[in-house]
Ligand binder design. Structure first.
Ligand SMILES: O=C(O)c1ccccc1NCC(=O)[C@H](O)[C@H](O)COP(=O)(O)O
Length: 275
Protein backbone atom coordinates (compact mmCIF):
# COMPACT_ATOMS: atom_id res chain seq x y z
CA UNK A 1 0.00 0.00 0.00
CA UNK A 2 1.34 3.42 -0.91
CA UNK A 3 0.98 6.20 1.67
CA UNK A 4 0.09 9.73 0.60
CA UNK A 5 3.00 12.13 1.18
CA UNK A 6 2.61 14.08 4.47
CA UNK A 7 1.33 17.54 3.92
CA UNK A 8 3.53 20.15 5.58
CA UNK A 9 1.65 23.37 6.28
CA UNK A 10 3.62 26.34 4.94
CA UNK A 11 4.91 28.62 7.72
CA UNK A 12 3.17 31.99 7.45
CA UNK A 13 5.43 34.94 8.22
CA UNK A 14 3.87 38.37 7.83
CA UNK A 15 6.08 40.73 5.80
CA UNK A 16 8.42 42.84 7.94
CA UNK A 17 7.48 46.48 8.35
CA UNK A 18 10.26 49.10 8.21
CA UNK A 19 10.65 49.33 11.98
CA UNK A 20 11.04 45.53 12.27
CA UNK A 21 13.57 45.62 9.44
CA UNK A 22 15.60 48.39 11.10
CA UNK A 23 15.56 46.58 14.45
CA UNK A 24 16.67 43.31 12.81
CA UNK A 25 19.60 45.19 11.32
CA UNK A 26 20.40 46.83 14.69
CA UNK A 27 20.71 43.34 16.23
CA UNK A 28 23.49 42.61 13.75
CA UNK A 29 25.20 45.91 14.60
CA UNK A 30 24.96 45.14 18.33
CA UNK A 31 26.60 41.72 17.80
CA UNK A 32 29.56 43.48 16.22
CA UNK A 33 29.69 45.99 19.09
CA UNK A 34 29.65 43.40 21.90
CA UNK A 35 33.41 42.62 21.91
CA UNK A 36 34.02 46.32 22.73
CA UNK A 37 31.25 46.64 25.33
CA UNK A 38 33.39 46.39 28.49
CA UNK A 39 35.85 48.93 27.13
CA UNK A 40 33.02 51.29 26.15
CA UNK A 41 31.36 50.94 29.57
CA UNK A 42 34.63 51.77 31.31
CA UNK A 43 35.20 54.80 29.08
CA UNK A 44 31.61 55.95 29.58
CA UNK A 45 32.00 56.08 33.37
CA UNK A 46 34.72 58.73 32.94
CA UNK A 47 32.34 61.29 31.46
CA UNK A 48 30.85 63.94 33.73
CA UNK A 49 30.00 66.79 31.37
CA UNK A 50 26.40 65.99 30.47
CA UNK A 51 24.08 68.81 29.38
CA UNK A 52 20.55 68.28 30.64
CA UNK A 53 17.98 68.04 27.85
CA UNK A 54 15.22 68.21 30.43
CA UNK A 55 16.53 71.46 31.96
CA UNK A 56 17.06 72.99 28.53
CA UNK A 57 13.49 72.17 27.47
CA UNK A 58 12.09 73.65 30.71
CA UNK A 59 14.10 76.88 30.45
CA UNK A 60 11.60 79.03 28.55
CA UNK A 61 8.10 78.68 30.01
CA UNK A 62 6.56 80.87 27.30
CA UNK A 63 7.63 79.19 24.03
CA UNK A 64 7.81 75.65 22.71
CA UNK A 65 11.25 74.09 23.01
CA UNK A 66 12.85 73.04 19.73
CA UNK A 67 14.86 69.86 19.18
CA UNK A 68 16.25 70.42 15.71
CA UNK A 69 17.24 67.30 13.81
CA UNK A 70 20.39 66.82 11.72
CA UNK A 71 19.03 64.32 9.18
CA UNK A 72 20.55 63.57 5.81
CA UNK A 73 18.03 61.00 4.60
CA UNK A 74 15.15 58.89 5.85
CA UNK A 75 13.31 55.72 4.83
CA UNK A 76 10.09 57.64 4.18
CA UNK A 77 11.47 60.35 1.85
CA UNK A 78 14.95 59.19 0.78
CA UNK A 79 17.72 61.79 0.51
CA UNK A 80 16.79 65.11 2.10
CA UNK A 81 20.12 66.90 1.73
CA UNK A 82 22.45 66.15 -1.20
CA UNK A 83 25.25 68.51 -0.04
CA UNK A 84 25.00 67.50 3.62
CA UNK A 85 27.36 69.33 6.00
CA UNK A 86 26.37 68.27 9.54
CA UNK A 87 28.47 70.83 11.41
CA UNK A 88 27.24 73.82 9.40
CA UNK A 89 23.65 72.64 9.83
CA UNK A 90 24.08 72.15 13.58
CA UNK A 91 25.71 75.56 14.07
CA UNK A 92 22.92 77.16 12.05
CA UNK A 93 20.27 75.50 14.22
CA UNK A 94 21.99 76.67 17.41
CA UNK A 95 22.34 80.23 16.12
CA UNK A 96 18.67 80.25 15.09
CA UNK A 97 17.62 79.39 18.65
CA UNK A 98 17.31 75.59 18.81
CA UNK A 99 17.01 74.30 22.37
CA UNK A 100 18.76 71.02 21.57
CA UNK A 101 19.94 68.93 18.63
CA UNK A 102 18.89 65.46 17.50
CA UNK A 103 21.64 63.87 15.43
CA UNK A 104 20.90 60.78 13.35
CA UNK A 105 23.69 58.24 13.80
CA UNK A 106 22.13 55.31 11.92
CA UNK A 107 24.13 54.66 8.74
CA UNK A 108 22.05 52.21 6.74
CA UNK A 109 18.65 53.88 6.78
CA UNK A 110 19.39 57.57 7.51
CA UNK A 111 22.92 57.99 6.13
CA UNK A 112 24.00 59.20 9.56
CA UNK A 113 27.25 58.51 11.43
CA UNK A 114 28.28 58.35 15.08
CA UNK A 115 31.15 60.69 14.17
CA UNK A 116 28.64 63.45 13.33
CA UNK A 117 27.51 63.40 16.96
CA UNK A 118 31.08 63.69 18.32
CA UNK A 119 31.97 66.41 15.81
CA UNK A 120 28.87 68.50 16.51
CA UNK A 121 28.91 68.04 20.30
CA UNK A 122 32.38 69.62 20.47
CA UNK A 123 31.30 72.69 18.52
CA UNK A 124 27.93 73.60 20.09
CA UNK A 125 26.77 74.46 23.60
CA UNK A 126 23.29 72.91 23.56
CA UNK A 127 22.36 69.30 24.49
CA UNK A 128 22.84 66.68 21.76
CA UNK A 129 20.61 63.64 21.46
CA UNK A 130 21.83 60.47 19.75
CA UNK A 131 18.97 59.61 17.37
CA UNK A 132 19.22 55.90 16.68
CA UNK A 133 17.43 52.67 17.45
CA UNK A 134 18.78 51.67 20.85
CA UNK A 135 18.05 48.06 21.78
CA UNK A 136 21.08 47.13 23.89
CA UNK A 137 23.13 48.67 26.72
CA UNK A 138 26.30 48.58 24.59
CA UNK A 139 24.77 51.25 22.33
CA UNK A 140 24.21 53.47 25.40
CA UNK A 141 27.88 53.25 26.40
CA UNK A 142 28.82 53.96 22.80
CA UNK A 143 26.52 57.01 22.82
CA UNK A 144 28.05 58.34 26.04
CA UNK A 145 31.59 57.93 24.72
CA UNK A 146 30.60 59.68 21.48
CA UNK A 147 29.37 62.70 23.46
CA UNK A 148 25.61 62.21 23.68
CA UNK A 149 23.67 64.11 26.34
CA UNK A 150 20.48 62.18 25.62
CA UNK A 151 19.26 59.13 23.75
CA UNK A 152 16.02 58.00 22.19
CA UNK A 153 14.18 54.89 23.37
CA UNK A 154 11.34 53.76 21.11
CA UNK A 155 8.72 51.85 23.10
CA UNK A 156 7.54 49.94 20.01
CA UNK A 157 11.06 48.56 19.52
CA UNK A 158 11.54 47.22 23.06
CA UNK A 159 10.04 44.69 25.42
CA UNK A 160 9.00 46.28 28.73
CA UNK A 161 11.85 44.69 30.72
CA UNK A 162 14.40 46.02 28.25
CA UNK A 163 12.77 49.46 28.19
CA UNK A 164 12.99 49.75 31.98
CA UNK A 165 16.55 48.40 32.05
CA UNK A 166 17.86 50.72 29.32
CA UNK A 167 16.14 53.75 30.89
CA UNK A 168 17.71 52.91 34.19
CA UNK A 169 21.20 52.53 32.70
CA UNK A 170 20.84 55.85 30.87
CA UNK A 171 19.74 57.66 34.03
CA UNK A 172 22.68 56.13 35.93
CA UNK A 173 24.92 57.96 33.46
CA UNK A 174 22.93 61.23 33.83
CA UNK A 175 21.93 60.71 30.23
CA UNK A 176 18.44 62.04 29.49
CA UNK A 177 16.00 59.84 27.61
CA UNK A 178 13.41 60.87 25.08
CA UNK A 179 10.94 57.98 25.27
CA UNK A 180 8.87 57.72 22.12
CA UNK A 181 5.32 56.40 21.71
CA UNK A 182 2.78 56.38 18.91
CA UNK A 183 -0.40 54.91 20.40
CA UNK A 184 -2.23 54.44 23.68
CA UNK A 185 -0.88 50.97 24.61
CA UNK A 186 2.67 52.29 24.07
CA UNK A 187 1.88 55.39 26.14
CA UNK A 188 0.58 53.20 28.97
CA UNK A 189 3.83 51.22 28.86
CA UNK A 190 5.88 54.44 28.93
CA UNK A 191 3.92 55.80 31.90
CA UNK A 192 4.70 52.56 33.73
CA UNK A 193 8.38 53.59 33.80
CA UNK A 194 10.29 56.56 35.25
CA UNK A 195 9.83 58.47 32.00
CA UNK A 196 10.57 62.21 32.27
CA UNK A 197 10.60 63.28 28.62
CA UNK A 198 7.91 61.72 26.47
CA UNK A 199 7.91 61.97 22.69
CA UNK A 200 4.69 61.43 20.78
CA UNK A 201 5.62 60.53 17.23
CA UNK A 202 3.04 61.74 14.73
CA UNK A 203 4.62 59.32 12.22
CA UNK A 204 3.64 55.68 12.29
CA UNK A 205 7.04 54.00 11.87
CA UNK A 206 5.42 50.91 10.35
CA UNK A 207 3.30 52.59 7.66
CA UNK A 208 4.93 56.09 7.52
CA UNK A 209 1.56 57.85 7.71
CA UNK A 210 1.83 61.16 9.57
CA UNK A 211 -1.03 62.68 11.53
CA UNK A 212 -0.84 65.59 14.00
CA UNK A 213 -4.03 64.22 15.59
CA UNK A 214 -1.80 61.54 17.19
CA UNK A 215 -0.38 64.16 19.56
CA UNK A 216 -3.82 65.68 20.11
CA UNK A 217 -5.32 62.32 21.07
CA UNK A 218 -2.52 61.13 23.38
CA UNK A 219 -1.48 64.42 25.01
CA UNK A 220 -4.58 64.40 27.21
CA UNK A 221 -3.34 61.23 28.90
CA UNK A 222 0.12 62.61 29.73
CA UNK A 223 0.57 63.90 33.32
CA UNK A 224 1.59 67.58 33.58
CA UNK A 225 4.94 66.89 35.23
CA UNK A 226 6.21 64.94 32.21
CA UNK A 227 7.77 66.97 29.39
CA UNK A 228 5.84 66.39 26.20
CA UNK A 229 7.62 66.53 22.84
CA UNK A 230 5.64 66.26 19.62
CA UNK A 231 7.68 64.68 16.82
CA UNK A 232 7.58 64.41 13.02
CA UNK A 233 5.71 65.93 10.12
CA UNK A 234 5.75 69.48 11.52
CA UNK A 235 5.80 71.82 8.53
CA UNK A 236 4.46 75.22 9.51
CA UNK A 237 3.84 77.70 12.35
CA UNK A 238 0.18 76.63 12.14
CA UNK A 239 1.19 73.01 12.89
CA UNK A 240 3.32 74.25 15.79
CA UNK A 241 0.46 76.33 17.20
CA UNK A 242 -1.89 73.35 16.90
CA UNK A 243 0.56 71.14 18.85
CA UNK A 244 1.08 73.83 21.50
CA UNK A 245 -2.69 73.99 21.87
CA UNK A 246 -2.72 70.20 22.33
CA UNK A 247 -0.29 70.56 25.25
CA UNK A 248 3.15 70.00 23.73
CA UNK A 249 6.11 71.54 25.58
CA UNK A 250 8.52 71.08 22.69
CA UNK A 251 8.77 69.94 19.07
CA UNK A 252 11.23 67.65 17.31
CA UNK A 253 11.59 68.79 13.70
CA UNK A 254 13.78 67.27 10.99
CA UNK A 255 12.87 67.53 7.33
CA UNK A 256 11.28 70.99 7.46
CA UNK A 257 14.35 72.55 9.07
CA UNK A 258 16.74 70.59 6.83
CA UNK A 259 14.98 72.02 3.75
CA UNK A 260 14.72 75.57 5.10
CA UNK A 261 16.25 78.29 2.93
CA UNK A 262 16.24 80.72 5.85
CA UNK A 263 16.76 78.93 9.14
CA UNK A 264 17.05 82.19 11.14
CA UNK A 265 13.42 82.94 10.23
CA UNK A 266 11.92 79.46 9.91
CA UNK A 267 13.18 77.91 13.13
CA UNK A 268 12.04 80.70 15.50
CA UNK A 269 8.69 80.80 13.66
CA UNK A 270 8.03 77.18 14.77
CA UNK A 271 8.63 78.01 18.44
CA UNK A 272 5.00 78.82 19.10
CA UNK A 273 3.67 80.27 22.34
CA UNK A 274 3.03 77.57 24.96
CA UNK A 275 -0.56 77.16 26.16
O1 LIG B 1 11.57 59.55 9.15
C1 LIG B 1 11.39 58.38 8.76
O2 LIG B 1 11.14 58.09 7.58
C2 LIG B 1 11.47 57.24 9.73
C3 LIG B 1 11.26 55.94 9.28
C4 LIG B 1 11.37 54.86 10.15
C5 LIG B 1 11.68 55.07 11.45
C6 LIG B 1 11.91 56.36 11.93
C7 LIG B 1 11.79 57.43 11.07
N1 LIG B 1 12.02 58.72 11.49
C8 LIG B 1 12.46 59.07 12.78
C9 LIG B 1 11.74 60.25 13.27
O3 LIG B 1 10.96 60.08 14.16
C10 LIG B 1 11.97 61.57 12.62
O4 LIG B 1 13.28 61.64 12.11
C11 LIG B 1 11.79 62.79 13.51
O5 LIG B 1 10.69 62.71 14.31
C12 LIG B 1 11.70 64.06 12.62
O6 LIG B 1 10.67 63.90 11.69
P1 LIG B 1 10.48 64.95 10.49
O7 LIG B 1 10.36 66.31 11.09
O8 LIG B 1 9.22 64.52 9.82
O9 LIG B 1 11.68 64.83 9.62
Amino acid sequence: MQLAPRQIAPIFRPPMNKLDEIIAHKRLEVEKLLPRMDMLRAAATLRDDFRSLEDALRLDPTRLGMIAEVKRASPSVGTISADFDPLTIARGYEKAGATALSILTDEKYFQGRLEYLSLIREQVDIPCLRKDFIIHEAQIYEAVVAGADAILLIVAALKQDDLVKLLDIAHTFQLDVLMEVHDLPELERALDTDVRILGINNRNLKSFTVDMATTEALAEEVPDDILLVSESGIKSPADAARLAEAGADALLVGETLMRSQNIMVDLPALRAMKM
